[in-house]
Design a protein around this ligand. Structure first.
Ligand SMILES: Cc1cc2nc3c(=O)[nH]c(=O)nc-3n(C[C@H](O)[C@H](O)[C@H](O)COP(=O)(O)OP(=O)(O)OC[C@H]3O[C@@H](n4cnc5c(N)ncnc54)[C@H](O)[C@@H]3O)c2cc1C
Length: 262
């Protein structure tokens, strides 16, 4: 096993049943199989001409680590105009506070700080977070162009995994668990191929089938629920409607969170 660190993949081609992988240090590798686990957005997506990459995404995310007074066993989700924010406990007594909004919301207000003051702080819970917490980063981490558009788990024979195969909306959480679960599915299917039980075509068909069975509905439900957030009237109405229907809430939770796996 060899790890090549601090080096990125700049190109992947597939000819004569073999991959050639070009690296940023000008090295070229050949491989029988390539797994794409490079996250939500990379130049490789442009080279592969993936459709989600061609369209601009309206979303941007902002993340902080903070210290605050909040129960450690609770995950809070709060709405604001054109977005939503989440707060959850992480390591060393800290909390992750992040929100998703649109580029147009930021454009309207000029800077992140001004947008937070004018929009997010209209929500009294969020106002309290901003006023009564220690913000541990000098600057927030801002992630642009987050696309939740459907992707394919197979591109030019590359087996895509994790965010490179599909990004779950942060509202549902569990992106890391999905990436780990995807890796488990890939490793099982690749083992069949390496042991000669599958041809390349069978491997690709089996992987697509298992991936879709496990994740497609979850991603669709996540996109649908995200569409309700950020619109105050619609989300208030949805919450009011769901409050007396715990079974419907359970149903939504079940369809956005996978089952435990081993
Ligand atoms: C704002 C925000 C909040 C989130 N909050 C949560 C949360 O609370 N809980 C949760 O479970 N998930 C959360 N997620 C989702 C979670 O971060 C991802 O789903 C998860 O990290 C996906 O893992 P991955 O391995 O597919 O990709 P990544 O973790 O992105 O790893 C991809 C790796 O590939 C490397 N790479 C990229 N391009 C190349 C290249 N060309 N060559 C070589 N290497 C390359 C990158 O440097 C990176 O190290 C959040 C996401 C966002 C955007």
């Amino acid at each position: 096993m060899q790890f090549i660190l601090n080096t990125s993949v700049t190109d992947v081609t597939f000819t004569d049943d073999q991959f050639t992988v070009s690296l940023s240090n000008n090295q070229k590798l050949t491989a029988d199989l390539v797994i794409g686990a490079y996250g939500k957005r990379a130049n490789l997506d442009r080279q592969l001409q993936r459709s989600f990459f061609q369209k601009r995404s309206p979303y941007l995310a902002v993340k902080y680590h903070i210290r605050t007074d909040f129960p450690r066993n609770l995950i809070a989700l709060h709405n604001f105009n054109d977005g939503y924010a989440g707060l959850s406990a992480i390591e060393n007594g800290k909390y992750c506070f992040c929100y998703l909004t649109t580029r147009s919301n930021l454009k309207k207000h000029g800077t992140i700080a001004q947008m937070e003051k004018a929009v997010l702080q209209q929500n009294p819970f969020l106002k309290r977070v901003f006023h009564e917490s220690d913000f541990l980063y000098e600057q927030p981490e801002v992630i642009n162009e987050i696309s939740f558009a459907p992707k394919s788990c197979l591109e030019n024979h590359i087996l895509m995994c994790g965010d490179a195969a599909g990004l779950i909306t942060p509202l549902c959480g569990n992106g890391m668990a999905m990436a780990i679960h995807g890796a488990k599915i890939i490793s099982e299917q690749v083992t069949h191929y390496l042991q000669g039980r599958y041809s390349r075509l069978q491997l690709e068909q089996a992987y697509s089938h298992h991936w879709q069975k496990q994740f497609t509905t979850r991603l669709q439900v996540g996109r649908f629920i995200q569409g309700l957030f950020g619109r105050p009237l619609l989300s208030e109405a949805t919450v009011a409607l769901l409050r007396p229907l715990p079974q419907a809430v359970q149903f939504l939770m079940k369809n956005t969170h996978g089952k435990a796996f081993n």
